[in-house]
Every structure is written in structure tokens, then in C-alpha cells.
Design a binder for this molecule. Sequence first.
Ligand code: NDP
Length: 289
Amino acid sequence: MTAKIIDGKALATQVKQAVRGEVEKLVAAGVLPGLAVVLVGDDPASQIYVRNKKKNCEELGIASQVYHLPADTKEEELKALVDQLNADPKVHGILVQLPLPAPLREEEVTAQINPEKDVDGFHPVNLGRLLRGEKGLCPCTPAGILALIKASGVEVVGRDCVVVGRSNIVGKPVAHLLLQEHATVTICHSRTRNLADLTRRADLLVVAVGKAGLIDGSMVKPGAVVIDVGMNRLPSGKVVGDVDFPSVLEVAGAITPVPGGVGPMTIAMLMKNTVEAAILQNGEKLGKD
Ligand code: NDP
């Protein structure tokens, strides 16, 4: 059996088309959605991500501003910029590109963002809403993963889902989203014993670790849906996931490729969150409660 490839690029294009439609409606109602991206320091990968976010905004008609601060920026200065953006009615979404250079504290800085403008969904209020199953801005990668799972056509209700990785930005939120969808969820991490015994039970396996080839075909249940979140750059320059693609392809029912799976969905969900934030902040103007 060869697994079906879940095409993240194609799904991201569909999501972005819908976002473009929402942007047009907002603009017609006098609201131009705006995203502010704050980049601190000169990390090359972060610079690429920020450029990509700006490019996507331009494609969809969203106004974007990039604030590039030096690596030695003080936490107070960064928080002051966030406050300024919180108060700016033209800015509906604020994203502080992570990781921040030391000694800046990511928890402190992300908690400074107005939860209504927190398009990354990392603010404690938005993470709390997710935990309580309430509406809020949801972290982009987990939201993208859920959309990919739904697109694969797999039934989630009552199924055994295993999430490998427990970070605040991917593993934990995706586990909660799946729980909300009524899956039976197991979360694995670096101290998990007998990882393979657990992953082999999964109807749905989400891997977000950052270790190339961690999951091979022998660790996957035949027919399972496998979502590979990992992005690992090999010495050759090639980017691969956490899943050993060739061996898992032979066992799984469906699998996301790297690149072309979760990555494009993350950015599409950021665009969607920006528009949702603009709608949230302009309820009165748009005639909504
Ligand atoms: P973190 O480093 O924050 O978390 C990694 C998690 O993996 C931790 O919970 C860790 O456990 C766990 N882990 C480490 N080693 C093992 C192991 N041998 N067995 C089981 N679990 C293990 O990473 P992120 O969540 O931020 O990212 C994970 C991957 O996803 C990375 O490759 C990243 O680049 C990629 N990524 C991709 C995105 C995209 O858009 N495609 C977006 C975000 C991330 P413990 O908690 O015990 O340390």
C-alpha cells in the first residue's frame, strides 16, 4: 500500500483564496486588515519567515509593516513597541517572530500583546480559551494541522491520536484541538518510554519534535494518517521532516510531505487569523455583535 499524499500547498491556496474574499469584504466596509511583524536580531531563518509573511500579506491585500530591531534591544523597548501597536487601530494583528535573542523572555513579550491582536495565538488568554474549548485566536500551526487532518477525510471522533512533542506552540495546542474534536489523545515527549509501542497504536499520528527520521515505517499502524510537522535542515541543505518519508509512505494511509505539508498551512492560518482579528476589532463597523 502506498499512502495518499495530503497536499498542504493546495489546501493553503484554498484557505488563502477564502481569506482574499474576506479581505475584499472588509475593505468594502472601510476596514483594511493590518499585520505588524516584529523581528529582533538577524537570525537568517527568522528573516526568511518574516519576508514570507510580508509577501503573503501583499498577495492577499493585507497591509503589513515589519519592525526590525537590533539583537541587543531591551525587553522594555520591545514591550513599548508592542504597546504602541496594541494602541494603533490600523494594526489588527501583532506577531513577534520567535525565537527571541537572549536574554529577552518570550513568555513576557507574547503576554504583552493584546489578546485580540494575538494572531500567533500564544497569549495565555488565547491558550486558556483553547484549553476551555472557547472561541479565540488559535495558534497557526496547530490550526493548520487540524485543517489538514479534516482534508484527509479521516474520522477523528473516538479515534486514537498520538501527538509526539509537547511544546506550547505545536504539541500541546494540537493535542487540545484533537481532544475538542473528540479524539482519544496521547501526548509523547522526550521522557516517554517505548515510543514505538504508543505510535503504533495511533490511527492519527502527529509528529512535532525536530529530529529527522525519528519515526519510521515500523512505528506506524497500517493505514494511519501521519502529519509530519518537523522541519530539519540536513547538512546537504535539504529540508526534511521528523518522519522517514519513504518507509512510512509504504505503511500509512495518508501522509503530509515536508516541504509542502504543514508549512504552507501555517502561513495560510496566520493570514486567516489576521482577518479574523480585524473582524473581531471592527464588530460595530461591520454591523456584528
Ligand atoms: P520544541 O523543541 O519546542 O519541542 C520538541 C518536543 O519534542 C518537546 O516536547 C520534546 O520533549 C520532544 N522530543 C524531543 N526528543 C524526543 C524524542 N526522542 N522522542 C519523543 N519526543 C521528543 O519544538 P517545536 O514544537 O517548536 O517544533 C517541533 C518541530 O516542528 C521542529 O522541527 C520545528 O522546526 C517544526 N515546526 C514547524 C512548523 C511549520 O510551520 N511547519 C511550525 C513550528 C514548528 P520534551 O518536552 O520532553 O523536551
